[in-house]
Design a protein around this ligand. Structure first.
Ligand code: ZN
Length: 247
């Protein structure tokens, strides 16, 4: 089986369409979405509807959750909060109800799927360092091979290696990874709609269970079109500008 794993779309329709087109060409069996379908960008309804049609497994992210629970806005910076307030005003009743239905955690094969971290997914903690990863490796079943995450918008692979009954930890930012028998992984697939690793191209991952390989893909999309739509919608210009530089 080959699974495409996408995350952090953030209402960016041009990016989502470009990524789905690439996934179709790749011919994967299923598509998983790790949440943050909305927030920041100009097309929340269109993105929810497309994700619903195209993805097989979908979990919630902190921006999706903030649309249905306004106390969550307390944790957002001013730009993110303004974008959520705008999003709630344009979302259809059906799409808001759909966001309510999304789970915090799911799984496929021996992989855990969560937006932020396996430890208390509803707390939306970030995994930003090796130390964060070391702690989180103890927070999902030791027989689970991979925990897939999004949330930081930075693609990265954390590795737990078991050798002679000793565990060691490292990380990699490679685009191609061969899974090893004696390793477990926390893999951040990056962001479709608001990359922040200095590369404005959309990011997503593909896991192949027969070859035991993981690939990070990058896809160019019409970023200027999204930028223009955000300015026209009156969304904070800071959020539009950052798309152009992927920061
Ligand atoms: Zn996000």
């Amino acid at each position: 089986m080959r699974y495409a794993i996408i995350s952090d779309i953030h209402s960016n329709l041009e990016a989502l369409q470009a990524v789905l087109k690439t996934i179709q060409k790749e011919g994967t069996d299923k598509i998983v979405c790790l949440g943050d379908i909305v927030g920041y960008g100009p097309n929340p309804n269109e993105c929810i509807e497309l994700v619903q049609q195209q993805c097989d497994i979908i979990i919630t992210g902190n921006h999706d959750f903030a649309c249905i629970k306004d106390t969550e806005l307390y944790y957002f910076n001013q730009y993110a909060a303004r974008a959520i307030e705008w999003t709630v005003t344009v979302l259809s009743k059906e799409n808001l109800d759909y966001l309510v239905s999304l789970p915090f955690v799911d799984r496929i094969e021996n992989y855990v799927l969560v937006h932020s971290s396996p430890f208390e997914p509803q707390s939306w903690d970030y995994i930003l360092s090796k130390d964060d990863a070391v702690f989180n490796f103890s927070q999902f079943d030791k027989y689970d091979k991979i925990c897939f995450i999004g949330h930081s918008h930075h693609p990265i692979i954390y590795i737990e290696k078991s050798e002679n009954n000793k565990l060691s930890y490292s990380y990699k930012t490679v685009a191609n990874l061969q899974l090893e028998e004696n390793e477990r992984y926390i893999i951040n697939v990056g962001s479709v709609g608001q990359p922040r690793d200095g590369n404005p191209d959309s990011a997503f991952g593909i896991i192949d269970t027969s070859t035991q390989t993981y690939q990070l893909k990058r896809v160019r999309y019409e970023v200027r079109k999204t930028h223009q739509k955000m300015i026209s919608a009156g969304l904070p210009s800071f959020l539009a500008e950052r798309l152009l530089i992927g920061k």
